[in-house]
Design a protein around this ligand. Sequence first.
Ligand SMILES: [Zn+2]
Length: 129
Amino acid sequence: MFFSTFIHSKLKSMETKNCLECGDAIKGRIDKKFCTDYCRNSYNNKVNKESKNLIRNTNNRLRKNYKILSELNTTGKMKVTRSKLFDKGFDFNFFTSIYKTKTGNVYFYVYNQGYLALENDYFLLIKKE
Ligand SMILES: [Zn+2]
């Protein structure tokens, strides 16, 4: 959504040389993107805010996943059901690394807490020391 708005205003500015922030026509140098310092600052602040939000949300998801794995894996190596992970709000889209063994097993890690999909919707939780 934000990205397409960005592209759109970028394309628009190439045709008419309008300010990326407010859309007003830009006077002066041909390479200018903003009509005023105010517009440049406000535009850049928005871009920074978007990327900060993305990073914060991703970190929050990872932290939650890590917490869930840590709480479930009390012995350092144990089996749980998929529904147990789901019930706690585990999100399988967020992990920090993947480890594939020679035998083809794929371990997903959230920091040092890993999991491996087993048969029948079971997961092996494993803690890397
Ligand atoms: Zn402007």
